[in-house]
Design a protein around this ligand. Sequence first.
Ligand SMILES: [Zn+2]
Length: 400
Amino acid sequence: MIVGTRNASAHLFCGSLIDGSGGPIQQRVLVGIKDSIITSIDREYDRKYLPPGTIDWSNCTLLPGLVDCHVHLFMSGTANPAVRSSQLHYTFTEARPIIAGHLSDQIRHGIIALRDGGDYGGHALRFKREGMQGMRSPVLISCAGRAWHASGRYGRLIGRPPEDNLSLAQSIASDAESPDHIKIVNSGINSLTEFGKETRPQFSLQELMKAVKTTEHLGLKAMVHANGRLPVDAAAQAGCHSIEHGYFMGKDNLTLLADRSIYWVPTAYPMKAYTGLAKKGSVEANIALKNLDHQLNQIRLAREFGVPMAIGTDCGSLGVHHGEAFSEEMRLFVEAGCTIPEVVRLATANGAQLIGIEHETGEFKVGMPATFVILKGTPTALFDSLKLPERVYFKGIRLA
Ligand SMILES: [Zn+2]
């Protein structure tokens, strides 16, 4: 067995390998691992000559560990209104077991790295800072702590406004919570009563430019929640590192993101999940479905234009469950025209690059840590088998 101990070496054989590069699916692959590092990858290997002791997963598909670039660890995806409203007021002590539970759900589904989009109490950041409460599973988490939104605008559930006498940039600079990245909210959320309704930006271009500069000065990246043309345009012009959601941003913004190599994390699945929960035939259900269609068209264009994209589920949203939602989000990218190897690249290497952990996880190649997911069946069964991976390994250690 592959374990985390020093000097342990192993061979494993898998029927298919989707390595996260976006290249073709490899067949009958023999992988060598030593000291928890991938040392060899032999394609089209004749199964008759497997080295003794090889772990035989010939009826399985191997993927690199998955990366969800937009989660909210403090919230569950449950539709139970009582649970949802109480989670919005939990103290850290109350939130702690919820966060731990969500992390286990993520790991079980093969997700080994997460980027948290913030919560009102900075609970997820504190959970990480306090040693993950001794959780055995060493997943990689990047936390925003409390996001920044303009006073009186959307964002209270996930953050706070700058202090009265401070600008956004000054607030970021003087914040003692030292988050792993900065989350800025620059628009409202999608309307479910009026299709395509856009909200105005929360911050001016000047404010955003200074905020991004300060963020970079701290050695961090800025993720910006933005829907609609003006909010996305300002965030992109300001040089932010990723646009979150980006509903109704329009063609010009997609071109701008491609030109500037700014990541887009479309979070399409929450609209689909909402459609499933809303009353059939209701205005809300119809608009959520139209929002989803519109977003899938934007993804189609983004792929054509070469916008860098990553998978983010926004789990914690209504009906968007930790871990489970990831394969649903991937599936929507295929619906929007991506091939399976492409969507696996978004779900692994691209996510790792956006978070800045590309030396720890990403592509499955020689020299990288042995972090991977084993799924039953061929790549055609990928999204179903992701509901319950056979095995999940993180740097050689079996997590699930
Ligand atoms: Zn979010």
